[in-house]
Structures are given as C-alpha cells and as structure tokens.
Design a protein around this ligand. Sequence first.
Ligand code: UD1
Length: 424
Amino acid sequence: MDKLVIQGRHRLSGTVKASGSKNSALPLMAAALLCSTGEIKLSRIPDLKDVRTLSKLLGYLGAETSYRENTLNISTSNIRCAQAPYELVKQMRASIYVLGPLLAKFGRASVSLPGGCAFGPRPIDLHLMAMEKLGASVSIEKGFIEARTKGTCLKGAAIDFPITSVGATGNALMAAVLAKGRTIIRNAAVEPEIATLCRFLNAMGADIRGIGTESLEIEGVETLNAAEFTNIFDRIEAATLLTAGAITGSAITVTDVDPSQLITVLGKFEEAGCKIVTDTGSITLQSPDALVRSDVIANPYPLFPTDMQAQWIALMTQAEGASHVIDKIYHERFNHIPELNRLGAHIEIRDNEATVHGPRKLTGTKVMSTDLRASASLVLAGLVAEGVTEVLRIYHLDRGYECIEQKLNDLGAAITRESYQEFL
Ligand code: UD1
C-alpha cells in the first residue's frame, strides 16, 4: 500500500492546472454504451483509479478502450454482455451508471448492488424508480439489480424525483434518450456534471432540453452515434487546491477552471478572510494573516458541495473562532474528524453538526484515510501541521485526485509517496 509523507509548514506559491472532472468523466464514459457506431473520443479525462475501474467494466462488457494523455477512445459496437459484476462494482459505486445505458440499448441490464459506503447509507431506490417509470421491470436477485424492458424498448414518462440525486438524474437521462416518446425529469440535479452529460448526449444525437435546469425534457431518438467531446474541469479538485493555498497562508492560482461553478465556495473563502481574484479560466487566492471562522452547510449545487465539506473542516482548524459545519446530503459524513483530532484539531460532533474550534496548532502523526474527500482533508491538515504527517491508505485519494502530490509539490509542498505494509 502507498502512503503520503508530508513535511508540514511549507508556504505555497505559483500556479497549478485543474484536471478534468472525475464526476463528469464517469457518466460520459457510461454514456458511450449508448453509441451504435463509430469511436467516441473523450478529452480531458483524468488519469484516476475510478476512471480505470470504469474502463475495466466497459472492457468486461465488450467495449474497446484506449487511453493516452488524458484522451479516452471508446468503441462500444461489440458489447456482448449486459452484466456488471460485483468485483468491479464494489470498487466504485458510480458503476451503477451503466444501468440506464445498458437497459436502454440492450433491453436488459444486470448490475451488482453497490454495497455499503464509508460515510453512511447510499440507497439506489431513485435509480430503480426512474427505470420503472420508463417501463422496465426491476427486481433484486442474488445481490444484483435485474432490469428488463417490458416491450421492445423503454417508454418516455414523467419522472418526479422526491429529492435531487446526481446519479439517478444521470441514469434516468441515459435511459430516456433512447426511450420511445417524451420524458420529463422534474427535480433533476443541476450539477455542472449533469449539464455536461446532457451536452455530450446531445452531441451524440440526443434531444434534451432544459439543460442546467431542474426540469429536463427528453425526446427519445432511435440511435446515438459517436462524438468527440471535451470534459469539464474538476471543481472539487480546484477547490481542494485553493484550500491548500488558504490553509498554508499562501497565494496561489488555479487555472483551467470556470470560476462560475465555484461561486459558493469562493464566497466562503472570502468570508474566511481570503482575497479571491477571478479571471476567465483562473482563480487566484491569497490567504489572510489570520483566517476567520466561516460556517458551511453542504447542499446540492449551486450551494456548498458535500465533496468539499471535509476539506473545509480542515481549513477551519486554522481559523479564529468556532465554525459550524452541517452536511445535508450525507448526514454522517464525518469520518475525517477523529483523524483530524489526532493531529491536534478540536472538533466536536453533535446531532450531525460539527463544531470546529480554531485556530489550533496541528502536529504531524500517522493518520488513516477512510474515503476520498476525508483523505484530502488529512493531506491539507498535514500541509499545516508541525513535523511529519503520514497519510496512510491513500488508495482512496488516488480514486479522485490526479497527481495530487506532484501538483502540491510544484507549488512548494514537501510530499513523498512511499509504500508500506500494514500489520493485519
Ligand atoms: C454524486 C457524486 C458524489 C457526491 C454526490 C452528492 C459522482 C460519481 N459522485 O454521488 O461525489 O458526493 O453526488 O453531490 O458523481 N439518494 C437516495 N436514493 C438514491 C440516490 C441517492 O436516497 O437512489 C440520496 C443519497 O443518499 C444522498 C442524496 O440522495 O443523500 C444525493 O445523492 P446523489 O446525488 O445520488 O449522489 P451520487 O450520485 O451517488
């Protein structure tokens, strides 16, 4: 296994490029299953474990993929199987994204249930509800979702989501584009990753309107064809890098971004005392002499993202005052807190609300990653901690951050990756 060894308290400076979005790349890749002819070319696909896992799953289904310099080519004309096995799905919950496309294209899909999650229950009922609304019969058998169209194909329908779900909106979209007739999705997720999926599907020949709004209208088409498409930037990675600047008292610039997708997070940095300057495609953050507390409540886009909650808590350990953090999407997503406290933070959790008392002097020690964003928060804390912090089990981090230690080192951090053996 690999760990990151961080020598803390180095000032950062300079410019770093944001990578392509992981959470957008995954549905784009799954959507390739809908293609009838030709080769899909996706650019700005980050080199990440999750991307490799989904590539493996596409390969298992019969697709041909090739990846070079952040460009992924996918040909799905020889799909021979509509079953996503447990061994691959358990590595990444987003594998559920193949459900909608397989069902729409092949009339059937068998997808292993994704199983548990490190930060609380993550049901898939809304994905299944959407498939049923589109006319599929869905059952759970021996740990697999078994879905079949009742006639020859899915039928357009009204899908009203009781709560917004990024994944269920994506799956519903990918199923509806080949359904017969019109589908209306209400209370659709408005995350940029979903708007990007809509744009890609339209580039393949789909007919989706209302892109970026909570009401999506899809007119089913008979076939979709290959397209070339460029993925969007990773807004969570960009915000994590900005937090690295803020927590180390530094000034850094993140380029290749669209600042409009980070408005809430940038506002929170300003509330914490940071100076933010945005330009077309770049964000510069200058940390103040003393950070001040800033409360956040994680909610769906465009509000503060749950995927930045753990990193924000790490930042608030260095801010003056008591900051309050609530996660309205994953109420129990607080696995990072005991580990941050081991570094010397003073964070309490009561009734799903974290209170971060700062500023605290952090001191390096060994800490353990428990999930992707929790890992990022530990790396951030390590950047400001006195001495050496070892972040163990960073396979979680590798799922979602492309070359993270290289990017931080280019800005002036001192991080090495080392392999180690765990005593079991
Ligand atoms: C996606 C992101 C993840 C992010 C999350 C919320 C990807 C690959 N992952 O996950 O990084 O943290 O959005 O922004 O894009 N829910 C149900 N039933 C369902 C589906 C979801 O009750 O069938 C609930 C979830 O438990 C959660 C909320 O809906 O409370 C939102 O989850 P959802 O938007 O679906 O998250 P994911 O798409 O899994």
